[in-house]
Design a protein around this ligand. Structure first.
Ligand SMILES: NC(=O)c1ccc[n+]([C@@H]2O[C@H](COP(=O)([O-])OP(=O)(O)OC[C@H]3O[C@@H](n4cnc5c(N)ncnc54)[C@H](OP(=O)(O)O)[C@@H]3O)[C@@H](O)[C@H]2O)c1
Length: 316
């Protein structure tokens, strides 16, 4: 049997990387093996991945040398950063630079960089429609990822820039599930107006990444975007209502109100949704559904995702 191509996966115990690890392991004839990177090879999640058949190795995106070791001998590398673990765009940039340098050092043949738009190309810092945050960003957790694209490009790496989408899983894990509004009705609250937001099952990001590694070729050097569906807040509320058997409505709040909600990162997310709302057409166009399905035929719609995961959404 031909030697399998190894994909080194950053964030392997998390949402994006975990989906990729499972996608590779569930296709034993696909020609790929997986190396799961984690900071703690003895954690329950890491042991679970080892049990499923992954090679599990220690690496930390803050530690360049650990990444160099972990990428050595691999064909591909899936690179992602963890904004919500530290809320620092500068650290995301530094982490991305570490991964890019490690990929160069290991002569990786196909890198997927999980990125998002640098919104300052659409809303320059001088544009007062939304506040500038942390001194030089409009949407820190998007802008830093977009800015890091250059680091991968400058090193001449064979990269696919992968634009991801809003995880529908945020309705389970990110406190975005339906809550009782001032009128007593259950509502999802988003500052999106009547505009469409590209969304995806987090697990499908990894499955799409696997499809991109398998296709390789023409996707190397390109920017591609993925989503399961483009939906308005009202469409998401209607699907939630059908799936959960409850009346659930969509409540629009202006971004300036959302920014004052007080939870950590509310200003960043308020700006993000405002950008998503004001540039919805371009943001959706960059995440083509047919392309997403072509690299991942199992791609879930929102209703299909709700059918599988809806019971885990806390309501109220
Ligand atoms: N939520 C959304 O809707 C959404 C949409 C698009 C993009 N994103 C972006 O997705 C990114 C996060 O990806 P995710 O959701 O897959 O993450 P996640 O589920 O939070 O998982 C992160 C995993 O990465 C590992 N990790 C954390 N810090 C690390 C470090 N310093 N070095 C190495 N590994 C580390 C952890 O594993 P160990 O503990 O095992 O090391 C953890 O299991 C964020 O930057 C976010 O902006 C989110």
């Amino acid at each position: 049997m031909a030697t399998k191509k190894t994909i080194a996966v950053v964030g392997a115990t998390g949402a994006q990387g975990g989906g990729l690890v499972r996608a590779i392991l569930s296709d034993p004839q696909g020609g790929f093996a997986v190396r799961a990177l984690t900071r703690d090879v003895n954690s329950d999640k890491a042991k679970e991945l080892a049990k499923l058949g992954a090679e599990v190795v220690a690496a930390d995106v803050d530690d360049l040398e650990s990444l160099k070791r972990a990428f050595q001998g691999a064909y591909g590398a899936f690179c992602v950063t963890f904004f919500w673990a530290h809320f620092s765009p500068e650290r995301e940039l530094a982490n991305a630079a570490n991964m890019a340098q490690a990929a160069k050092h290991a002569a990786i043949q196909h890198v997927i960089w999980s990125t998002l738009e640098d919104t300052r190309k659409w809303v320059p810092l001088s544009d007062n429609r939304m506040p500038t945050l942390m001194g030089k960003y409009k949407v820190p957790h998007l802008d830093a990822k977009g800015a890091a694209n250059q680091v991968f490009a400058d090193l001449g790496l064979p990269v696919t820039f992968l634009l991801t989408s809003f995880y529908w899983d945020n309705f389970i894990y990110f406190g975005m599930g339906p809550k009782k509004g001032p009128d007593g009705k259950l509502a999802i609250t988003l500052p999106m107006g009547d505009k469409k937001l590209p969304g995806i099952a987090a697990e499908d990001i990894g499955r799409c990444a696997y499809g991109i590694f398998k296709r390789g070729g023409d996707l190397i050097g390109r920017t591609v975007g993925i989503a399961g569906e483009h939906l308005t807040g009202a469409e998401m509320a209607a699907a939630l209502a059908r799936a959960l058997g409850r009346e659930i409505v969509y409540r629009y709040v202006p971004p300036e109100v959302y920014r004052t909600f007080g939870f950590p990162g509310a200003d960043d997310l308020g700006n993000m949704f405002q950008y998503n709302r004001d540039f919805s057409e371009a943001f959706c166009a960059a995440r083509d559904l047919a392309f997403s399905r072509s690299v991942n035929p199992e791609l879930a719609t929102f209703s299909q995702w709700l059918g599988k995961e809806g019971a885990r959404i806390t309501v109220g």
